[in-house]
Design a protein around this ligand. Structure first.
Ligand code: DUC
Ligand code: ZN
Ligand code: ZN
Length: 497
């Protein structure tokens, strides 16, 4: 039967009295457009908490209610019982780096393994960073990232465009990038000679991005002073992993955040500080927002649980925690949680940028400056925030959903398609077993990385079933999707709180 015969028969037009078989003869086009009923679950969004059933038509939530009409229920191709489980919107990790050439090697998860790992962890959308390498235009950079991601992703994906070279003549390019659904730009105030831009470029990027309706994300550290500190440590033959942390103290991050916020203020543009790891930096961000500026930020899972003592692990194992910004003193952990609770920080991401211990982290065996910066995390975030936030600190379930999904959907232009469970939203849904006890381990995780930041940690809570746009992709501990499921997400305007 040719496709054209189905023209106009959108799922929404089906008459409820017809059964699915009557509608859909065995035609490949319809094979994916299943109807699914999620029954008996406790639905949690960033604002609501109630018991109801969710009906999904194809890729979209089409009905939510108690005791849905029998003729609707009859239409379900598939019924999922979510009794005693939480039904939450698919999580969104807005800060990951798949297959990133960095530090003389390439991050070990590509878009396939990384998004499968994410899916196991209940994450149904990621935002990677398309980083402009020397001599590349914005468009070439985006095309290069499409070439890496397209047809490989288990879940939906997007990119922030990381600008490393920018002249005023490129100003028109911002609107073209935004037209393609990439509404956020990133700059680095660290990594001189690789990604770092100067303050003039920071101002220009913020101004151009803001004027075009976008937002600038900042990796905020004082890259120049840090380079001097690194050189001094190397000269003094202080080369073990722990010196990575000593070369980038919190005050250098606070300096970067203060500078980024002040430049954004004069550029009259919104700014978002990525991977805030310490209280000093968070205070600078809060100061700017208190002064009325649209200044926002995130922290990452690792900074909410781990501290600088991990660098003292024997046998070079401290290298597993070499990422930037580094882990800091334990006294920062509670202020970060408090910052999330009170809204000084908007969401939790991972900065997932894994490198295997064997063969990759080992590149820096004799010199911490050669250790590739980054760690794995995309699979663990939702459950770790549940553990640390809900179980250990009494965060509401709504806050958990907000931090792991809704806030990012809003800030990064995906709401309400993503980030909630509502009629008309994409059916990205996680059925979360909040009572399941388990142990995190690299032996059982799905990220392509030979270690876990949380090896042996006992936690409660695990995604049981994961749907991406209506299709079940994780079920009974197995990945049942296919690599072409994930689609590039064209994002819209940033919605700031
Ligand atoms: N920090 C990391 O640890 N890895 C990737 C980039 C970054 O900023
Ligand atoms: Zn960074
Ligand atoms: Zn990053």
């Amino acid at each position: 039967m040719p496709d054209s015969e189905f023209t106009g028969r959108s799922i929404g037009l089906w008459h409820p009295e017809q059964t699915r078989a009557e509608y859909r003869p065995c035609h490949p086009k319809w094979m994916f457009e299943m109807t699914t009923l999620i029954k008996n679950g406790r639905i949690i969004t960033a604002t609501d908490d109630y018991f109801a059933d969710v009906f999904i038509d194809g890729e979209t939530v089409s009905m939510i209610g108690k005791n849905l009409p029998g003729e609707v229920v009859k239409r379900a191709d598939r019924v999922i019982d979510a009794k005693n489980k939480l039904v939450i919107p698919g999580a969104i990790d807005p800060h990951v780096h798949m297959e990133l050439p960095f530090g003389g090697t390439v991050s070990s998860d590509d878009f396939k393994s990384g998004t499968i790992g994410a899916a196991f962890g209940g994450t149904t959308s990621i935002i990677d960073f398309a980083i402009q390498f020397k001599g590349k235009t914005f468009q070439q950079t985006i095309d290069d990232w499409h070439a890496k991601a397209s047809g490989k992703c288990a879940i939906d994906y997007s990119y922030h465009l990381a600008v490393t070279e920018y002249e005023p003549k490129h100003e028109k390019e911002f609107a073209k990038v935004i037209d393609q659904g990439i509404t956020t730009f990133k700059i680095f105030l660290a990594y001189p000679g690789v990604f770092m831009i100067d303050d003039q470029t920071m101002f220009r990027v913020m101004q151009s991005a803001g004027a075009a309706g976008g937002m600038t994300l900042v990796h905020a550290e004082n890259g120049i002073a840090i380079t001097e500190m690194i050189n001094n440590l190397v000269k003094a033959k202080k080369l073990e992993p722990k010196y990575h942390a000593q070369s980038r103290p919190p005050v250098m991050q606070a300096d970067g955040v203060a500078r980024a916020c002040k430049v954004a203020e004069v550029a009259k543009a919104p700014v978002f500080i990525v991977h805030v790891s310490c209280e000093a930096a968070m205070i600078e961000l809060q100061r700017s927002r208190d002064a009325g500026n649209p200044a926002y930020g995130e922290t990452c899972t690792q900074y909410l649980f781990l501290d600088e003592s991990y660098y003292d692990k024997p046998k070079f194992e401290g290298a597993k925690y070499v990422f930037t910004p580094p882990l800091v003193g334990k006294e920062n952990i509670e202020p970060l949680w408090k910052g999330l609770k009170l809204g000084y920080l908007q969401e939790v991401s991972t900065d997932h940028c894994p490198f295997n211990f064997k063969g990759q982290k080992e590149l820096g065996k004799d010199n911490f400056t050669k250790i590739p910066n980054g760690g794995p995390g995309v699979e663990d975030r939702l459950s770790m925030v549940y553990q640390g936030g809900v179980i250990e600190r009494g965060f509401t379930l709504n806050k958990w959903v907000d931090l792991c999904s809704t806030a990012s959907a809003k800030l990064f232009g995906m709401f309400p398609k993503k980030g909630t469970i509502a009629v008309g939203s994409d059916a990205d849904i996680v059925i979360y077993d909040h009572k399941k006890k388990r142990t995190i381990s690299a032996k059982t995780h799905h990220m392509n990385c030979d270690y876990s930041l949380f090896e042996g940690w006992k936690i409660t809570g695990e995604p049981q079933t994961v749907l991406s746009r209506g299709k079940v992709i994780i079920e009974n501990g197995k990945y049942v999707g296919s690599p072409s499921d994930g689609k590039f997400l064209k994002r819209g305007a940033v919605v700031t709180p």
